[in-house]
Ligand binder design. Structure first.
Ligand SMILES: Nc1ncnc2c1ncn2[C@@H]1O[C@H](COP(=O)(O)OP(=O)(O)OP(=O)(O)O)[C@@H](O)[C@H]1O
Ligand SMILES: [Mg+2]
Length: 446
C-alpha cells in the first residue's frame, strides 16, 4: 500500500516553463524512505520539517494506517509568539467580520485566547517550541506570498492544529506553561521518565562513576544485568544480603546503595514508565530537547537511542510505520549513542518501515551514510557551503545543472532579494535521480 505525501509545488512537465503541479512523495507501508534536507540558516528548514510532519500525519490518518511519528525538537523560537502579538495588534484595526473571513472563526478565537494567556502569564510564556503543532499558523495566513496570495493560501491550505504529545525531561518550567505555549488543549505535556527496566548496566556505571573492575561494580552488574533485577530498592536489599555482616556492611555495599539512591532521586528515571507507553499514533509525538528539559547532550542522545530500540520493537511486533524527524541532526552525531541510533535506522530501518527525515545546515563532518542512505535529498533556500555542493554534484547526476552553487552575493540588496525569493523554496532530488525546483509545503501550525 502506498501513501502519498504532498511535498510542495513543482514544475509541470510542460513546454510552458511557468506551469506548476503538486508533487507527492510515495511512502510505501512496510518499507521506508529516508530523506535529508540541507539549507543555510533562516531559509525555513524547520518550517518545512513542520509541514512535512503534518502531511505525514494527515496522509496516514486519511489512509487509516496510523503511524508513529517522533519529532526531536532542539529549540524554542520566541519570535513566533512575538509575531502573533504583532499580527494581533495590526489586525485589531480591521472589523471583526473581515478578520473572521480571513482567518476563520475558531482560528481567531484560538489566537485571542493565546493572547489572553500571554498577557496573564507574561513572565512564564512566550517560548513556543520549533514544533508547536497545537498552534494554528496565522503567520502564514498574514504574510503575503505575492499580490494575490498569502503563503498558505497559495497552496490551498488553512491554519490548523494537530493533537500533540510533548515529552519533557526533568522539566525546567511548569508543564502547564509548556502546554499553553504549544497549543494548550491540543498539546498534552508529559513529564517523561525512563523506567529502570530499560537502563543498561553501562549507564549505571557511568552514573555512579563506578570503575568496571571494582568489586562493587562487579556485584552490581551481577544483580542488575545478570539476575535482571532492575529495581533500586530490591538491589539494595540483595546487596545487603550478600554482606557477611549485615549489621556492619562493607564499603562495597555503601557504594551500591549510593548509586541506587542517586538513581532513585533522579527525576529522569522511575519505576513506572511515563514515556514509551505514552507515545501514540493518534498524535504527533514531540520529544522536547529544548531548554524546557534539563538534559545533558549525552542524555539526549541516549534517549534517542532508547527510542530507536523501542521503535524497532514496535515495528517488528505491529508493522506500524514509524517516522523519526530529526532537525539539526548534527547535534545527534557528536555522541556514540546518537551515532548508533542514526546508523541503526539507516541500516535496518528501510526494511522495517522506520523512516528517517533529517535536516542540517552543513554536510561537513557528518557521515556520508546520511546522504548515501537517503532516497530523496532536498535543498532549502541555498546550500551553506560550496564543498557540500560539490559532494552533492558527485552523488546526484543532474545536480550540477539543476542547483545553483552557493556563490557569494556582492551587494546587500542582492542578499535581501535572494533571501526573499528563496525562503521556503528550493530543490528536491527524487531518488537522487531527478532534481527539480520546488516550493515546499507550508505548515498549517506554528
Ligand atoms: N509565512 C511566513 N512568512 C515569513 N516568516 C515566516 C513564515 N512562516 C514562518 N516564518 C518565520 O521564519 C523564520 C525562519 O524559519 P525557520 O525557523 O524554519 O528557519 P531555519 O532554516 O530552520 O533556521 P535555523 O537554521 O535558524 O533553525 C521563523 O522564525 C518563522 O517564525
Ligand atoms: Mg531551524
Amino acid at each position: 500500500m502506498d501513501i502519498n505525501m504532498f511535498i510542495g509545488i513543482g514544475r509541470a512537465d510542460s513546454y510552458k516553463k511557468t506551469a506548476k503541479t503538486k508533487r507527492y512523495v510515495k511512502l510505501s507501508v512496510g518499507e521506508a524512505n529516508h530523506m535529508i534536507f540541507l539549507g543555510k540558516s533562516g531559509y525555513g528548514k524547520t518550517t518545512l520539517m513542520r509541514g512535512l510532519v503534518e502531511e505525514i500525519y494527515i496522509a496516514h490518518q486519511m489512509a487509516k494506517v496510523p503511524a508513529l511519528i517522533i519529532v526531536l525538537e532542539k529549540k524554542t523560537d520566541h519570535t513566533k509568539s512575538e509575531k502573533i502579538m504583532a499580527i494581533y495588534e495590526e489586525e485589531s484595526y480591521n472589523s471583526e467580520k473581515k478578520i473572521i473571513k480571513k482567518y476563520g472563526e475558531w482560528v481567531w478565537e484560538y489566537i485571542e485566547s493565546y493572547i489572553k494567556l500571554q498577557n496573564q502569564h507574561k513572565r512564564n510564556l512566550g517560548m513556543m517550541g520549533d514544533f508547536a503543532f497545537g498552534v494554528p499558523n496565522i503567520i502564514g495566513k498574514f504574510y503575503k506570498y505575492d499580490d494575490k496570495n498569502t503563503f498558505l493560501g497559495r497552496q490551498g491550505l488553512q491554519p490548523y492544529v494537530f493533537p500533540t504529545r510533548r515529552f519533557v525531561f526533568r522539566p525546567r518550567r511548569r508543564k502547564e506553561y509548556i502546554g499553553m505555549d504549544n497549543g494548550w488543549h491540543m498539546c498534552k505535556v508529559f513529564e517523561a521518565k525512563i523506567p529502570y527496566s530499560r537502563i543498561p548496566f553501562s549507564l549505571l556505571s557511568s552514573f555512579g562513576s563506578l570503575g568496571e573492575q571494582t568489586l562493587y561494580a562487579q556485584r552490581l552488574k551481577n544483580i542488575w544485568e545478570i539476575e535482571g533485577i532492575k529495581d533500586p530498592d530490591k538491589v539494595i536489599d540483595i546487596a545487603l544480603s550478600h554482606e557477611k555482616n549485615p549489621d556492619n556492611p562493607s564499603s562495597t555495599y555503601f557504594r551500591i546503595a549510593e548509586t541506587m539512591n542517586r538513581l532513585k532521586n533522579d527525576r529522569l528515571f522511575s519505576k513506572t514508565d511515563t514515556f514509551f507507553c505514552n507515545l501514540s499514533t493518534d498524535a504527533i509525538n514531540v520529544i522536547d530537547f529544548s531548554s524546557n528539559s534539563d538534559l545533558t547532550h549525552e542524555e539526549e542522545s541516549l534517549i534517542f537511542k532508547f527510542l530507536v530500540i523501542h521503535a524497532i520493537k514496535v515495528a517488528s511486533q505491529t508493522r506500524t510505520p514509524i517516522y523519526f524527524v530529526v532537525d539539526e541532526v548534527q547535534n545527534m552525531l557528536t555522541t556514540e549513542h546518537g551515532k548508533w541510533a542514526i546508523d541503526k535506522i539507516l541500516r535496518e530501518g528501510r526494511s522495517m518501515g522506520i523512516n528517517l527525515i533529517t535536516a542540517t545546515q552543513y554536510m561537513y563532518g557528518l557521515p556520508q551514510s546520511l546522504l548515501m542512505g537517503a532516497s530523496h535529498v532536498g535543498i532549502i533556500g541555498r546550500l551553506a557551503s560550496h564543498s557540500d555542493w560539490k559532494v552533492l554534484s558527485k552523488l546526484i547526476d543532474d545536480f550540477e545543472d539543476s542547483v545553483e552553487p552557493p556563490d557569494p552575493v556582492s551587494t546587500y540588496t542582492q542578499y535581501e532579494d535572494f533571501k526573499k525569493k528563496m525562503k521556503f523554496k528550493g530543490w528536491f532530488s527524487w531518488d537522487k535521480a531527478y532534481t527539480e525546483r520546488i516550493e515546499f509545503r507550508q505548515p498549517q501550525s506554528l
